[in-house]
Each structure stands twice: as C-alpha cells, then as structure tokens.
Design a binder for this molecule. Structure first.
Ligand code: PLP
Length: 469
C-alpha cells in the first residue's frame, strides 16, 4: 500500500464516478437486466480494480479502459460470472455412464415431466379418496413391491441412508456379522465399518480379505447367539481375484433360518431386470435376493435403476415396518420431487423393453456397437467442419461407473480431437468451461468424446464446440 506515484493522480482523476457510469447509456441494459443493487456493487468492484491497476503503474491503455462502454462490458462479464448457476447443465462425453461428478443417472423424460408436475402442490401425504392423511411413500411402495416381489418397501434419500437406518432399526446394540471381504468403501465417505458404528450396531468381522466360509459365519453365530443380522454387502466397485471365496446368499439365508437370524443384503446398484441378455455381465437382481431368502435388501435409485438419488429398502413386512418406525426415517425421508421422479422411472420397468428404451442409463448401456459407430461417424463429420481441428473416429471403451460393474469395460466408439496450438488439456478445459459444459477424457495427447454417454440431440450441440480458437 505505497503512496501513489505523483504522475498517477491524473490517472485517478480520469476514473469515472459511480454516478456517471450508472447514468450512462451503456449501463441502461445492465440496470434493466440485473437491477441497481447488483450493478452498483459490480461497478464499485470494477473501479477498485482500476485503482489497483493505477497504483501498480498506470496502464498505457487507461483512457480506453475507463470509457463507459469498456466499464459496462467488464461489469456485464463480472455479473454474468457471479450470477451463473453453480449447477449448470453438462454434456457427458466421458463414456462413464453413471458419472457421479455429473449427477449419476440422467433422468428419463417421463421422470423429468413428473418432477415438473410435482414442483407445485401435489398429492403427497394425503389420500385423495378419503381426504385423510397418509404416508408419503405409500404410493411408491406399491410399485416397488410389484416390481421386486417384496412384501414391503420404504424409500429414503440414498442407499447410504437406507443401510444406516436399516442397521439402526434392526440391529442397534447387537452384533451384525459381515465378511472381511465385504467391508467396502464407496466414494470415500461411505464405509461399511463407519456406517455400522453410526447405526449403533456392533460389527463382527468374519473370514479373511480373500476367503470367507460358511463355517466362519457359523462360528460367529456360536459366539454371538444374540446377533441381529447376517450382512452381505455387494462388492460393486472392486474385484478380488485369484484364491477367493465368498458364501452365496442362499447358503447364508439357509444358515440364518436355521439359527433364527435375518439376512440383510446391501446390493448397492441393484438391478430390477437382468441385464445379461444385453451383453452386460450379471449384476444381482433385487427380486433374486428376496427369492434367495434375504429378509431385507437395500439399493440405490440413481445407479442401475436409472432414477433420481434415493435409497430403497425392500423386504418382509415385519422388518421394513420396523425401519419405517425408526426416528431416523423423518431425517432421511425423500422429498416430493424425488418420489415423483422415482415413481415415473420405476413405472417404466413394468415393461422391461420400454425401460431399456426410455431409461437413459439402460439405453446407454445396451446401445449396440453399430449404432455407436454411426453416431461417432456423424459427430466426426460435423466436427471436421471446424478449422484447426484434427478429428478421428476410433474404437474405445466405456465404463459403467457409479460403483457398478467394477472392472467391466464396454466396447464403444469415440471421436478424438487435436487442436492446433492448443494442448489436449487446454482443449478439454475450454470444453468444460463452455455452455453447456462438455466433459471429455484426455489420453494420448487427444480429447476423447465417447458417443455412448451423449443424449439425443447433444451431438448436434457439438457443432458449436469452442475449438481451434
Ligand atoms: C453405491 C453403494 C452404496 C451407497 O449408495 P448411495 O446411493 O450412493 O448412497 C452403498 N452400498 C453399496 C454396496 C453401493 O454400491
């Protein structure tokens, strides 16, 4: 904060006053669009920046910088940046189908419509027939039961919440037996031992990292006859290979029924339908867990279900009603927007063929390779129009993501870009900063656009990529 140079006083005098700027014609549209408060604030900020620039040595182009028009342009830019939404729309060209950073499952058109219609007043905790109060997730639990064959269901905010409340309601203060090979961490803040501790259940680990046998569970039950649950966790985001063994769910439930202990199955992604006919490896299907005798099963709404973030608990009436009555339910219950979008998404599964077509997550996973190639070629020929851009169409691999299908990669087609005078990292950043924000992969000094995760119409938006600039 040194004193200004003697020759800078003239520069300071050249600064416009706040009043002059606000009265200037070039500020009229800004005032109309943003209102006086915000513009005034931004003008003050702009003048502060100019003063700082003068103090640092009056810039040569000062006269031009202090013109009304130049000030208005900077103020407009500052306001646009300040008011830009922090959750803007993005185009996912990463090839990661369930991209947690980009909001996991994109919703089906039907679910978007349902969101909009529930945004106003909606029939949530009332019964239209009788006019009486009802449970908010009563409507959706019927549908969940229909689709999974469960006796009862309950919906909370996410699967982390679903496992927490289920353990708290069914096992607080009592032992829960779980294999060491299933003490998973999912996305950093979700770890089975931590969730177990939070719920008040007492974790009893059995077996080893790579091998757990039925006799390990039996011995644990001998030592802890008061055990509340046998817990199985689907190890969805990693794979242990080599000399491994886990106990099948059916064996576990058989043991549980012999000893009078319920089995809880945390499926994580959980599919409503078997995806193996579509070239995907088998992921556990929810109804199969129930059929294998699990007393209670938990899964996410925004993984392979392709709906909004939610956690679903299905199982026997006795167990699920204890979960619903737990005081955590009030803290974890979903809002009307989630319920509306989940209902609309689930509803599509009444006809599996329709779900595969209409649920974006499933459509992206099941899209045939020939179709992907066609799309990549069309996108490439569009992008070839841009100057200074090297475009290629190549085979690549997509990932499922979202903690589903740990290691599987799906063959796909991608368009790779190289821009003159711009590194791949710079190009990728320019794309991310655009509107809409476009997310890609960088490898081999190129930007990769995997067409699998593009939604209809988005390839056309690619024509306006800010490339080669
Ligand atoms: C993803 C996952 C969770 C957490 O689910 P969220 O919906 O992300 O809270 C819990 N358990 C398993 C096995 C998972 O795969």
């Amino acid at each position: 904060m040194g004193d200004p140079q003697p020759d800078s006083s003239a520069a300071f005098r050249a600064l416009p006053s706040v009043e002059r700027l606000l009265g200037a014609a070039s500020f009229e549209p800004l005032l109309a669009r943003f209102g006086r408060e915000l513009v005034l604030d931004a003008v003050r900020g702009d003048l502060d920046a100019l003063r700082a620039a003068i103090r640092a040595g009056a810039p040569a182009d000062l006269t031009q910088r202090v013109s009304d028009a130049a000030c208005a342009e900077r103020v407009a830019g500052a306001l646009r940046r300040r008011l830009a939404p922090r959750y803007p729309r993005a185009i996912n060209a990463t090839g990661v189908v369930l991209h947690t950073g980009l909001g996991r499952a994109p919703l089906a058109e039907e679910a978007r419509q349902a969101l909009l219609s529930a945004a106003g007043a909606c029939v949530l905790e009332v019964d239209a027939e009788s006019g009486q109060r009802s449970q908010r997730d009563e409507g959706i639990t019927e549908l969940v039961r229909e689709l999974t064959g469960a006796e009862a269901a309950c919906v909370v905010n996410n699967n982390a919440g679903a496992t927490l409340i289920t353990l708290a309601a069914l096992a607080a203060g009592r032992p829960v037996i779980v294999s060491r090979g299933q003490l998973v961490e999912i996305g950093g803040s979700y770890r089975i031992p931590d969730v177990m501790a939070q719920s008040g259940a007492q974790m009893v680990e059995v077996g080893t990292t790579n091998r757990t046998h039925l006799r390990d569970y039996e011995r644990a039950l001998d030592e802890h006859p008061e055990a509340a649950l046998l817990l199985r966790v689907h190890t969805s985001n990693f794979r242990v290979e080599g000399f491994t063994k886990e106990v099948e769910l059916a064996e576990l439930t058989e043991l549980g029924s012999r000893r009078g202990v319920q089995v809880m199955d945390d499926l994580g992604s959980g599919c409503l339908i078997d995806l193996s006919p579509y070239g995907l490896p088998r992921e556990p299907v929810i109804s199969e867990s129930l059929a294998a005798g699990a007393g209670v099963v938990t899964f996410s709404g925004d993984k392979l279900l392709g709906g909004p973030q939610a956690g679903v608990i299905v199982g026997s009436e006795e167990l699920v009603s204890r979960v619903r009555r737990h005081s955590l339910y009030r803290a974890l219950r979903p809002d009307k927007l989630t319920l509306a979008a989940l209902e609309a998404s689930l509803s599509l599964f009444r006809d599996p063929a329709r779900a595969l077509e209409r649920i974006p997550t499933l459509e992206m996973l099941a899209r045939p390779l020939e179709r992907l190639e066609e799309q990549a070629r069309a996108l490439a020929s569009q992008l070839e129009q841009a100057a200074g851009l090297q475009v290629e169409c190549v085979q690549a691999t997509s990932k499922v993501g979202g903690g589903s299908y740990a290691v599987e990669e799906l063959p796909t087609w991608a368009v790779t870009l190289r821009a003159e005078g711009q590194s791949a990292t710079e190009l990728a950043q320019a794309l991310r900063r655009g509107e809409p924000s476009i997310w890609t992969r960088v490898a081999d000094e190129r930007v990769w656009l995997d067409v699998r995760t593009l939604r209809p119409g988005e390839a056309q938006e690619g024509a306006t990529f800010p490339v080669g600039s």
